[in-house]
Every structure is written in structure tokens, then in C-alpha cells.
Design a protein around this ligand. Structure first.
Ligand code: HEC
Length: 148
């Protein structure tokens, strides 16, 4: 094999490897704050539901994508109405205000402030489900968000 051919082959491998790395999104690591929050929610979830069996990515995803008919707005609503079905891209409120991607792997300063988290869970759960979200649901959502 001449030098030129060997050089192109290694270049090809290098390119392939770079493409592989860039298409693979790394899930965000949970901060100590998030880990503690999840264990608080786990305690409440156990108290709320004796059959509670741990937070699951799939449960969080299903809740996030669930569409619900609003009782008097006569429209199907879901978390994806604003945050979109791709959590890695920008979302948008009904009045057109843009929202940074919800995925903590993309928006790295997400989920750091309990007051902000509870404020938006409060507003958003009411908007979609017309009730508060339970600790069990919040834990499922977070487990899903941190798998992205
Ligand atoms: C009507 C639009 C809308 C809907 C529907 C919506 N959100 Fe949001 N959400 C927002 C906005 C606006 C923010 C605040 C801006 C930001 O954090 O970028 C936000 C912020 C949040 C936050 C806080 C993020 C942080 O960094 O602390 C969480 C958690 C959240 N949303 C979860 C949900 C879940 C779960 C649902 C479905 C039950 C949902 N959202 C549905 C608009 C919406």
C-alpha cells in the first residue's frame, strides 16, 4: 500500500469516527441537586401510591407526549404543544414566545432552581391536565428528560 492510500484510509476512519460522535447525543448527567430532588419525589411518590415501582424513562415520555382534550377550550393539549416533540430543539408558546430546548443535554442550565421548576410544573400541568402533577409524574418526567 502506498503512503497516499494509507493516508486516505486513515482519514476515512477519522471522518467516520467524528460523524459517529456527533450524531450520538450524550444524556446529561444529573447534578447533586437533581439527584436529591428525585429522591424527595420518590419518597412522596411512595406515600402517594403504594404500588409505585420507581421512575421510568418510558413513563415520563408517555406522559410528555400524552394528548388531552381541555374541558372548555375544546383543543387537544400536551407538553409537546409548547416544547415540541423534539426536546432538543426550540419550543414556542401559543403567543409565539420562543422557549429554549427542554433537554438538559442541550440547554445546560436547565433544572437548577426548585422555585422555577415548581412554578412551571404548576402552570404547565394545569394548562395540559387541568390539575397539579403528582410527585410520581414529576419524577417520571425528569427521568425522561435526563435520558435525552
Ligand atoms: C403553554 C406552553 C407550555 C406547555 C404546554 C408546557 N410548557 Fe413547560 N415551560 C413553558 C415555558 C414558557 C417555560 C419557561 C421557559 C423556560 O424554562 O425556557 C417552561 C418551563 C418548564 C420547566 C422548567 C424548566 C427549568 O429549566 O427549570 C419544566 C420542568 C417544564 N416546563 C415541564 C413541562 C411539562 C412536564 C409539560 C407538560 C405537562 C409542559 N412543560 C408543558 C411552556 C410550556
Amino acid at each position: 500500500m502506498n503512503k497516499m492510500v494509507r493516508c486516505s484510509i486513515s482519514l476515512l476512519f477519522l471522518c467516520g469516527f467524528t460523524v459517529l460522535l456527533s450524531t450520538q447525543t450524550m444524556a446529561a448527567t444529573k447534578s447533586e441537586f437533581v439527584t436529591n430532588l428525585l429522591s424527595e419525589w420518590e419518597k412522596s411518590a411512595k406515600a402517594e401510591n403504594s404500588k409505585f415501582n420507581g421512575f421510568k424513562v418510558e413513563e415520563g415520555k408517555a406522559l410528555f407526549f400524552a394528548k388531552r382534550m381541555h374541558s372548555d377550550k375544546n383543543e387537544l393539549r400536551s407538553c409537546t404543544s409548547c416544547h415540541s416533540t423534539n426536546l432538543a430543539i426550540m419550543g414556542q408558546t401559543p403567543v409565539g414566545k420562543s422557549i429554549d430546548p427542554l433537554s438538559p443535554a442541550v440547554t445546560t442550565d436547565r433544572f437548577q432552581d426548585l422555585e422555577k421548576i415548581e412554578k412551571w410544573f404548576g402552570r404547565n400541568c394545569k394548562w395540559v391536565f387541568e390539575r397539579k402533577c403528582t410527585s410520581e409524574e414529576k419524577g417520571h418526567y425528569f427521568t425522561y428528560f435526563f435520558s435525552l
